[in-house]
Design a protein around this ligand. Structure first.
Ligand code: HPA
Ligand code: ZN
Length: 346
């Protein structure tokens, strides 16, 4: 299949410029997935942590994945260099300065506390470092944020409840919960009670669904977790009734084109579901997921998908608009950002 793929079309200079200048929000970004090889080496050195790579080139070779689990194994291994509050600050600040150059105005960032507390790093160390960078970016870069704590779905319901308990003293600093890690065999149903508790606590709820898992997992995320947004959602397109429902309910999907390609969720970029989603009235957005591992930040994702699918200027503007309407910002902020998108699109 891959060998037969059409070469990606060139983007016109007009569309290149449009993507570069459009204000946008990023709604699907794992902060631990923004750990670039250079920072991995710097933090390994600073903390005296041994890593199984000697050069950035060796790291890049290791970043060839054939599925989600291949990637997750390397992703959790990379986290080992993150130990101090300063490490989490440096990681998050590096992402935010990079996002700024892509005209990102608002971020809703995932973090994986269990990936750290299981290694003996305190919850508060993780949260404080990430939050300090987010607050600094708000003040210095004008980027607003929401913070979403994810449960690792390959771990138990009991461990997810324990993580929610650990987060309790910090709930004013956390805006929502999500569900990530190995999807197959770990359906949303496994976390229905944890999500019910999170909703009672007033937290926003989102979940990865339909990345590798079937459309039934997307349906479960809606029915059993009551998610406000679907992360990925590719496989929802397998079920026409589900597509109609998602369109009717106006749910946003956070699609990650380069991630889909690198994790072999799609065989080539021309198979990205973004255009089909828009055509069927779904609120698709473009996101980078784990940019250090998948070869690009948010604008790289817009460019790749726009070139491969031949998206129109109107569709690209729609994607940027969807990123704000799908955010957890209050309506007046969404309206202000939408006005800025339209102004930039002229
Ligand atoms: N899918 C599931 N879990 C993840 C991902 C992803 O793309 N990135 C980081 N954790
Ligand atoms: Zn993700």
């Amino acid at each position: 299949m891959r060998g037969l793929a059409q070469p990606a079309q060139m983007l016109t200079p007009e569309l290149e410029s449009l993507i570069a200048r459009l204000p946008k929000a990023e709604l699907h970004l794992h902060i631990e997935g923004s750990l670039e090889p250079e920072l991995l080496f710097a933090l390994a050195g600073r903390n005296g942590v041994k890593i199984p790579f000697r050069t950035v080139e060796e790291v890049r070779v290791a970043y060839r994945f054939s599925n989600l689990q291949d990637f997750l194994d390397i992703y959790y291994q990379g986290m080992a260099v993150l130990l101090t509050e300063q490490d989490f600050f440096d990681l998050t600040w590096a992402y935010l300065t990079r996002a700024k150059s892509d005209q990102v105005r608002h971020v809703e960032i995932f973090f994986d506390p269990q990936g750290h507390t299981q290694r003996g790093v305190a919850f508060d160390t993780v949260l404080s470092g990430i939050e300090r960078a987010l607050k600094t970016a708000e003040a210095q870069l004008g980027i607003t944020y929401r913070l979403i704590m994810c449960f690792l779905r390959h771990l138990s319901e009991e461990e997810a409840f324990a993580t929610l308990d650990e987060a309790m003293p910090h709930l004013a600093r956390i805006h929502g919960v999500g569900l990530d890690s190995s999807e197959l065999g770990h359906p949303p149903a496994k976390f229905a009670r944890v999500f019910a508790r999170a909703r009672e606590l007033g937290l926003h709820v989102v979940a990865h669904a339909g990345e590798e898992g079937p459309s039934e997992y997307v349906e479960e995320a809606l029915d059993l977790l009551n998610v406000e947004r679907i992360d990925h959602g590719n496989r929802a397109l397998d079920d026409a009734a589900l597509v109609r429902r998602i369109a009717r309910e106006g749910l946003t999907l956070t699609v990650c084109p380069l991630s889909n390609l690198r994790l072999c969720v799609i065989g080539d970029m021309a198979q990205s579901p973004v255009a089909r989603m828009l055509e069927q009235g779904l609120k698709a957005t473009i996101n980078s997921d784990d940019p250090a591992y998948f070869g690009g930040y948010v604008n790289d994702n817009y460019r790749a998908v726009a070139a491969a699918l031949g998206l129109s200027a109107a569709q690209i503007v729609q994607l940027a608009e969807n990123s704000f309407t799908g955010s957890f910002l209050p309506p007046e902020d969404v309206a202000r950002h939408l006005a800025a998108v339209r102004e930039a699109a002229r």
